[in-house]
Design a protein around this ligand. Structure first.
Ligand code: BGC
Length: 381
């Protein structure tokens, strides 16, 4: 940026004019992320909250779990609201979070009985969901403190988050070096780039566990949101929410979101699969499969505010969880009680329990390889 433009923007800021109100995107100098204290863990580790803003999107991220504590986007009249469920305090995140906004690893979703065999050796990982492993085990990446490095690059602003999971942590083989980059673009897109390397063969499936409510995190259920998912098949599950291995057609079932319909439209249909997870809690097999560049896979729209979220990913699967286990026992950041269906998750990832299903796309990572995954969230109203 040349000095004359910098002077104009600094002057405008001093006059109380924000970059966004300057109109043209290229005129806006990106603001650096701002760090504030967010509390201290029992072991004395300090946790920070990073605030970022670009293109009309405002993001607040914790060093604990890489948690998206708040994500604000405008409605059709330009009014911002937080569209992501969460808490106000670190204590709440530590004691009772159902993964609100968190980074998930080393393995997103379930592994049956926490057991898998890799190169002839059987590994037993931490079991924390009945007899199964969920989201990496008892102390997954959502409960770790990440090293955070802010950046601005061209018109982008963002955070690099680093976490090294040592060999044997939660039972997983191999020291896994993980880097996750959150970027806000000048269009207000939130992009997540995941990277990981290992020194021994292991399994990896990283994702983000934001609970969306595009009407606002304390506005009631998302059943009137319209959703489309570009998937002709899904993976049915058993009573423990472990995939049976079948790739079933969505046609003629409540799982058919190929054309947009409301989340609530079929959620009370007496389909046996809806009983297992008390609603929708399944992996959709994305028609586009694994891609080197993010491809569009889902659109979520709240008709009342006009807020629309479009998701593109490189991943082959989408776990759509309709917030079924929210039961009125948690008070969220907006001061209201969260009840069933008050938020939904759209987790881009490989299929659950892939280590035990050779026919599913592989989640094995070997030394010398780099795990890469990208998901882009685009907002409009
Ligand atoms: C899973 C649900 C689980 C939830 C935890 C989702 O990713 O699919 O079964 O209850 O995470 O909040």
């Amino acid at each position: 940026m040349d000095m004359s433009r910098r002077t104009v923007i600094v002057g405008a800021a001093a006059a109380g004019v924000t970059a966004a109100t300057l109109g043209t995107a290229h005129a806006a100098e990106v603001r650096k992320p701002v760090r504030t204290p967010f509390g201290t863990l029992a072991d004395g580790t300090r946790v920070h909250r990073w605030s970022l803003e670009n293109g009309g999107t405002r993001l607040k991220v914790l060093s604990y779990g890489g948690i998206v504590q708040s994500l604000e986007v405008p409605d059709r009249r330009g009014r911002h609201t937080n569209v992501s469920l969460g808490f106000d305090t670190l204590e709440d995140y530590v004691s009772s979070s159902p993964y609100f906004g968190a980074l998930i690893g080393r393995y997103g979703n379930r592994i049956a009985e926490g057991r898998f065999t890799l190169d002839g050796r059987t590994h037993q990982v931490s079991v924390n969901d009945g007899e199964n492993t969920l989201h990496g085990g008892a102390q997954g990446f959502d409960k770790r403190v990440w090293d955070v490095e802010p950046f601005t690059k061209g018109s982008d602003v963002g955070l690099h988050l680093y976490y090294t999971s040592v060999d044997g942590e939660m039972g997983y083989p191999g020291t896994l070096r993980t880097k996750v980059t959150y970027t806000l673009t000048r269009d207000g897109d939130w992009r997540i780039d995941y990277e990981a390397t290992t020194d021994r063969a292991t399994v990896v499936n990283l994702t983000s566990h934001v609970y969306w409510n595009l009407a606002g995190e304390s506005s009631g259920t998302v059943y009137d949101h319209e959703l489309s998912i570009a998937a002709s098949r899904y993976t049915p599950v058993d009573a423990g929410l472990i995939p049976t291995g079948e790739l079933a057609k969505v046609a003629g079932t409540p799982f058919d979101f190929r054309r947009a319909k409301t989340v609530g439209e079929d959620i009370r249909v007496a389909h046996p699969q809806l009983l297992h997870g008390k609603g929708l809690d399944h992996n959709w097999v994305l028609d586009k499969g694994i891609t080197s560049r993010p491809g569009h896979i889902a659109t979520l729209r709240d008709p009342s505010s006009g807020r629309t979220l479009r998701i593109a990913t490189t991943e082959p699967g989408l776990q759509f969880y309709s917030g079924n286990f929210l039961d009125g026992s948690l008070v969220g950041s907006g001061g209201t009680v969260y009840r069933q269906g008050d938020g939904l998750c759209l987790e881009t990832q490989h299929y659950p329990d892939s280590p035990n299903h050779p026919s599913f796309p592989s989640t094995v990572l070997r030394p010398g390889q780099t795990y890469r995954s990208t998901t882009v969230h685009s907002f409009s109203a």
